[in-house]
Write a protein that binds this ligand. Structure first.
Ligand SMILES: *Cc1c(COP(=O)(O)O)cnc(C)c1O
Length: 225
């Protein structure tokens, strides 16, 4: 078995255990395999063992890596998990099935315009800046309710979930619970939270989508710019 195949097996076992511990069905938890900075060959190995959902944080990188893989695997699903510049919104709409990073009014307006013009839009998750961290994107928790209503009810955008990246140096439990509560208030089905270091806690708090990179594909090299 390859290292990647072995990593997937171990993570799947841990997801099952965490779901069981929380009295939840592991089948209701989507594993997004975060392939950013990793080569197409790594993605191909994951596809070979049945993984179908992937996450990338840059439009350009996804555009370089995924069209050929998608052509060969029509059931592949791709999530954008990094910030989206408005001038790349249209390209992103053509590449991704889910944009997890709807984080500001200007982007919502641009996506609504594309939606109106083309009749198409990926599924959208509203990104919440759980810790109100100045260096992070996302709508402040206090503004999340208003922003979700504006996107869904006024702009008619297909918002189906919420996403967060809590502060790295703190216990994420409170942040995860808060995100789950926001989703419940708005009857949003998808709660994207939990990464390599904290996905078991996220599952205990109700995550339906977890985003795991390094625990599957190995450590990332320094971020390419
Ligand atoms: C890179 C990234 C991940 C995966 O992080 P790991 O710690 O490698 O599992 C998850 N979510 C987002 C938004 C990311 O940018």
């Amino acid at each position: 078995m390859t290292t990647i195949a072995n990593n997937f097996k171990q993570i799947r076992t841990k997801i099952a255990a965490a779901a069981h511990g929380a009295g939840r069905d592991a089948a209701a938890i989507t594993l997004v395999a975060v392939s950013k900075t990793h080569a197409v060959t790594a993605v191909a190995q994951a596809l070979a063992i049945g993984q179908r959902v992937f996450g990338e944080n840059r439009v350009q990188e996804a555009a370089a890596k995924f069209p050929a893989l998608r052509a060969a695997n029509p059931d592949l699903r791709l999530h954008l998990i990094g910030p989206l510049q408005t001038n790349k919104a249209e390209e992103a709409c053509g590449l991704f099935d889910v944009i997890e990073t709807l984080d500001r009014p200007r982007l919502a307006e641009i996506l609504a315009k594309i939606h109106t013009q083309t009749g198409q839009c990926p599924e959208l998750y509203v990104q919440v800046n759980s810790g109100n961290e100045p260096q992070k994107v996302g709508v402040a928790p206090d503004h999340a309710d208003d922003f979700i209503r504006r996107c869904r009810d006024d702009l008619c955008l297909p918002v189906t979930g919420v996403m967060c990246i809590p502060p790295i140096d703190q216990d994420p439990t409170g942040y995860f619970r808060e995100l789950a509560a926001i989703a419940t208030r708005h009857q949003l089905a998808n709660i994207s939270m939990g990464m390599s270091g904290d996905f078991e806690t996220a599952i205990a708090c109700g995550a339906t989508t977890i985003r795991i990179g390094s625990a599957l594909f190995g450590e990332r090299a320094a971020i390419k710019s």
